[in-house]
Structures are given as structure tokens and as C-alpha cells.
Design a protein around this ligand. Structure first.
Ligand SMILES: [Zn+2]
Length: 172
């Protein structure tokens, strides 16, 4: 499968997985709610109008999209998505949850590193016809804190912090 990333593209999600902080409003370590040897989950910098605090789950290793993902890693993503969804139920009191995942430009993918969106849903929120706005790390922090707390209560292993680049993606 050919890559849609431009030559020399600097992948922002690899930087998140390796514990590096983005500039300005982009992802900080305070946005990361879960991290292990394989996966990282963090608050999306974009909030949908009536669904604030949605989460992105990424593999720490760079895979462009669903087509490239190893089966065992996809299984781990599915399990973590359930844990994040349940944490949202607990932390936000949302009525439901939704997952969204995009592949290739025609599939609305815009970052060339596999990511699964986990959204909190509310009755009548009209998610699929509303738009997103870029938030600040300060706006996201209370959502991240509440999700981390919920994961802790649920006894989901909470990371001590992103691993260094040299350790990322190593087998456990
Ligand atoms: Zn990447």
C-alpha cells in the first residue's frame, strides 16, 4: 500500500508516542491518559461542539493506517478502546460512546499514523453533523485528569509517563 505522507513528513503522533510535546496548542504530556509499551491514548487537540474530551488511541510504532496494523496490535487497540469508553462513562457521565477511524484521504484521514477516535456521546448531540475546534492544553487538562482518575479507579494500568524514543515499541 503506498504511503500518502509527503516525503520527509515529520509524524506528530510518533512524537506523542515518544513523549515529546507539540508546540502551542498541540499535544502535551498532560494530554496523555494512558501509555504502555504498545499504545498511547491522549486527548484530541480538537473538541467537537457537544462532545468535548474525545480521545485518540495510537500505536507507539508508526503504522500509516488500518491496512498496515498487525492483528495482535489491533486487538490491543480494541481492548483499550473499551477501557477508555468505560472511563468516559464514569468520568463524563456520557449517555454512550462512538469510535471513528479513517483511512486514506478519501476516508478523511489527515494524520498518516493509525489512530482511533473514541467519542463520548450524548442523546441528540448530532456528532456527525457538528464541527470541531482547536483547544488549548489548559482547556483539555480537566478532561484528561478525570479520565486518568477513572482509569485508575477501574484499575487499568496507568503509565508513569511516555517512554523514551529508544524504548518505544519494544516488546514486553
Ligand atoms: Zn507516526
Amino acid at each position: 500500500m503506498r504511503s500518502h505522507a509527503a516525503e520527509g513528513w515529520d509524524c506528530p503522533f510518533c512524537r506523542v508516542a515518544h513523549g515529546e510535546e507539540g508546540e502551542g496548542p498541540w499535544t502535551k504530556r498532560s494530554d496523555v491518559i494512558y501509555h504502555d509499551a504498545n499504545l498511547t491514548a491522549f486527548l484530541s487537540p480538537h473538541f467537537w461542539q457537544r462532545n468535548p474530551g474525545h480521545v485518540l488511541i495510537i500505536p507507539n510504532r508508526h503504522y500509516e493506517n488500518l491496512y498496515d496494523m498487525p492483528d495482535d496490535l489491533l486487538g490491543k487497540v480494541a481492548v483499550l478502546s473499551r477501557q477508555v469508553a468505560l472511563a468516559m462513562k464514569r468520568a463524563y457521565g456520557c449517555d454512550g460512546t462512538s469510535m471513528r477511524q479513517h483511512n486514506e484521504p478519501a476516508g478523511n484521514q489527515d494524520v498518516w499514523h493509525y489512530h482511533l477516535h473514541v467519542f463520548p456521546r450524548y442523546t441528540g448531540d448530532d456528532l456527525y453533523r457538528s464541527s470541531a475546534t482547536l483547544t488549548t492544553p489548559e482547556e483539555r487538562r480537566p478532561y484528561a485528569d478525570r479520565l486518568r482518575e477513572a482509569l485508575q479507579v477501574m484499575d487499568v494500568r496507568v503509565a508513569e509517563g511516555p517512554v523514551a524514543r529508544s524504548d518505544a515499541g519494544r516488546a514486553v
